[in-house]
Design a binder for this molecule. Structure first.
Ligand code: CP
Ligand code: NVA
Length: 316
């Protein structure tokens, strides 16, 4: 199969419509991108190309990854916050998409509604990357899997345990990518924050194909035997008003030394997409301790995002 041709021109909105082999192609490519970067080898594969970076929400890692990965290879990234452009306010998303499609080679969108990024992809005619919506954070999930593979070799058959807000964008994207790649995935969350049945059902055929197991439990003993524990903020961007309610619900789910010990293993690694709130979802001891891979994870955002752009823009 020629994945180079197959992936060129594609958008990345959720991973739901990507074949496991295509995701594998991107992972291997991203690992090569990292090796090149370590060797100080910067090519000019995006020369003459332009990328629109649209932000309704704030970002450090995602914005810096897209901007530096594209710019250092000769591309021209243009950063556009909602204060700069007409998106969805004075102009429809469809019309904005049509215009950007005439001027740019690709679009990254970070914001609230999943429907916005889907509409941009439908009407722009160019690759669109979901840099986080309320529903999904797919570029994060690729960097997470790459980080797991750097630590464990291949990710198939490993057990990843997400502890915290089980229905947030990060947990949902991990659910999709793990089911595609054969990673056993457990969500440990209170009943009120369980992921929606619709997405779980959508992933069932992927799990049947890959052999991945999936479960949701309220019981923190679910961490026993986990290769990796993952957590994220208790209140995501746009949910700041739910902070008190979430703190009450999620305090028993903090990732701390006792929870790491509960895994029954000494080699369990810790992941977090960042930004983190030390003392809430994770203690400083764990986030800054020897089991934490969070800085590798953050760096891998850039390598995976470069890999995604190289492949979808046909710059290989
Ligand atoms: N992990 C992540 O997406 O970080 P930013 O919000 O800083 O982009
Ligand atoms: N769930 C978090 C992820 C941040 C990268 C949020 O949406 O704020």
């Amino acid at each position: 199969m020629n994945y180079k041709t197959q992936i060129k021109g594609r958008s990345l909105l959720t991973w739901l419509d990507w074949e496991p082999e295509e995701i594998r192609f991107l992972l291997d490519l991203s690992k090569n991108v990292k090796k090149e970067s370590r060797r100080g080898k910067v090519k000019q594969r995006f020369a003459g190309k332009t990328l629109a970076l649209l932000f309704e929400k704030r970002s450090t890692r995602t914005r810096c990854s897209f901007e530096t990965a594209f710019g250092e290879e000769g591309g021209h990234p243009v950063n556009l916050s909602t204060a700069d452009i007409q998106l969805g306010d004075k102009e429809t998303i469809e019309d904005t998409a049509r215009v950007l499609g005439r001027m740019f080679n690709a679009i990254q969108f970070r914001g609230f509604k999943q429907s916005t990024v889907e509409t941009l992809a439908q009407f722009s005619g160019i690759p669109v990357y979901n840099g986080l919506t309320d529903n999904f954070h797919p570029t994060q999930a690729l960097a997470d899997i790459m980080t797991l593979e750097e630590n464990f070799g291949r990710c198939e058959g490993k057990t990843l345990c997400f502890v915290g807000d089980g229905r947030n964008n990060v947990a949902r994207s991990l659910m999709v990518i793990c089911s595609k790649l054969g990673v056993h995935f457990t969500i440990i969350t209170p009943r009120a924050l369980c992921p929606d049945e619709g997405l779980i059902a959508k992933c069932a055929p992927f799990r049947a194909k890959s052999g991945a197991r999936f479960r949701v439990t309220e019981d923190i003993s679910g961490v026993i035997g986990a290769d990796a524990l993952y957590t994220d903020v208790w209140a995501s961007m746009g949910e700041e008003d739910k902070k008190a309610e979430r703190t009450a619900l999620l305090s028993p789910y903090q990732v701390n030394s006792a929870l790491m010990v509960k895994t029954g293993r000494t080699d369990t690694v810790f992941l977090h997409c960042l930004p983190a709130v030390r003392g809430e979802e994770v203690t400083p001891h764990i986030l800054d301790g020897p089991q934490s891979l969070v800085w590798d994870q953050a760096e891998n955002r850039k390598h995976t995002i470069k890999g995604i752009m190289l492949a979808t823009l046909g710059c290989l």
